[in-house]
Write a protein that binds this ligand. Sequence first.
Ligand code: IVH
Length: 700
Amino acid sequence: MSRERHAELTDLLSRAETAYHRDDEPIMSDADYDAGRAELRALEAADPSLSSERPVGAAPAEGFAKIRLAKPMLSLANTFSEDEVAAFLQAVRRDLGLASGDPLRVCAEPKIDGLSLNLRYEDGYLVQASTRGDGSVGEDVTANARTIMDIPWRLPGAPAVLEVRGEVYMSHADFRALNMRQAERGGKTFANPRNAAAGSLRQLDPEVTRERALSFFAYAWGECSEPLGATQTEAVARLAALGFPTNPLMGVAEDAAGLTALYRAIHEHRPDLGYDIDGVVLKIDDLALQEELGFRSTTPRWATAWKFPAETAWTTLLAIDIGVGRTGVLAPVARLNPVTVGGVVVSNATLHNAAYIAGLDGDGQPIRGGRDIRVGDRVQVYRAGDVIPKIADVDLAHRPAHAVPFVFPGHCPACGSEAVRLEGEAAHRCTGGMGCGAQLVEKLKYIAGRDVFDIRGLGDTQIEQFSDLGWLGGPGDLFTLPIPTIATLEGWGETSARKLGEAIEAAKKQPLDRVILAFGIPLVGETVSRLLARHFGSWSCFDAAMDRLAAGDAAVEAEILGIEGIGPIILASLARAMRQPAERDAIRTLAAALDIADVQAPAAADAPLSGKIIVFTGSLVRMTRDEAEARAEALGARTAGSVSKKTTLLVAGPGAGSKAAKAAELGIETIDEEAWMRLAGLEAEPAAGTERGLFDEPQP
Ligand code: IVH
């Protein structure tokens, strides 16, 4: 019994992990997942013969092997003013015993705000990557580093031993895209690009790192079997020649005035770099002099970090507005008395969600010392990663007497539909679906966009333009746009309008899974859409099932829950959308405008397994369950997650339990994995006479 439960749990949790990490599309709540893990651990504790493939419940911090660094990774002393820089130069000159006229070249480069990484190459091969850890012992993140495009695996012509050091970071664009993806799928969002980079690099599953666009700049080295150059500049140029990205904003100056000019130039570039920097690193250029100067306990004497001033400012919070996103997420926005923060005028800041405003994080722990944010408050604004302005703090001493705690609306401010919080989510969502005008415009942008129907010529600007003209009352209207009139609009012409017409016409032909995806139902992303499409096969079957779902039909709920990969939370989200009359109408109108292809029976009717309904249970050794199902479908079968009267074949691996019992009860043919391999044509038949193929006709 416990063996069966163990197999079931391992399978479920591994699917949940893939859905969460790889697909960013959770199929169960964090609480359910944790409960599952706890149960699995308990089963394994009670019966040591049970073990899961991967360590269960290992905290990430314990999950990485420790690496003793060949040379310590140090930090930098900080400087904050031109005077302090002059003092730094004076100390260096004194330590080196330079006369006042002797030249001293100093290199200046941006201080990248990421996390440092040591990459060890032996004979030109990347053999190890380590984080800084405590400076002497780091974490082994080799597999993860190998997924970063900027990091070469091979370095032809490199010294026999070469440790390259640099910064892993995430660009503003990648950070925004990641957070948007995470937020839409109910995942964890990151406070700034640095946190996102650290969280993405320190993943136990390198596949997660691969999907998080990380970048790298090389700026230093550790152990090295031969010198890379005579100066800092030369050595970095050598790293660039070997294939590493190095920062283009490096410069060399000879005195405080020259360094100040470089510092200002880099500071001026800061807003357009597209990634975070938090200062300028000054390094004595001559490596022989670096050597001579040496180190203090944790910082080199030959370098200093000239930090940019903190970019914060105090202003008044005028109002809290609520924006509505594509999937209905209600996004509170602070309207501020405009204030300059780091050279940019800020008048809006994100407030994330209700808990954030109340002074709590996602786990209910206090942030800002638990101080809530109220309209009328004096608030401290900062630019997180220099992109998204946020509120750092609230000045309670200046709180107006009339300020009241903010009450998060229970209804969508755009359409008035009820706003609800889905289980495990911090955000409130409008339940109006496509009946909500604000959501609709965002949804239409999404539907026409690259991820769904990819209609050329119908970008965000055009959607907004046509929406303002009153042409887009629902998604179906995308397909009945007045092309001749569009040709007469400013910025349009005969050709561009005709091309748009053609692109729209071409987009009418869609496979069922794209159509389901287009509805933009929370938690129903690509994977879930595909599962639903595969299960229902045609629009008419799907549509009929959705009617029954909206009516609360328990049988159809059970049927959907029977689809592997769909759990109660997704089901609830789907049902909620289908119960909204406006949403249901919009979905129908969209479908009516389209030519929806049924899910192709992947093989012809004479395919070997055509007409069979196969259920896999227990653990398979030779292939994953996904592979087995894909193979079965390629051979014409349909697959199901549970045994019913319609099931024609059960493939049962070790650990099969209730499904096997039910199949036996119903008299359904059951085979083991070996027989399945032969049936699937993946292994030779045994010698004639010993066993007959399952679906072979009896010999005459
Ligand atoms: S040189 C011996 N150069 O800043 C010091 N560090 O505060 C070697 N950093 O841990 C570091 N950009 O993570 C250096 N251009 C740059 C840098 C840089 C960012 C980081 C690095 C280091 C931290 C020290």
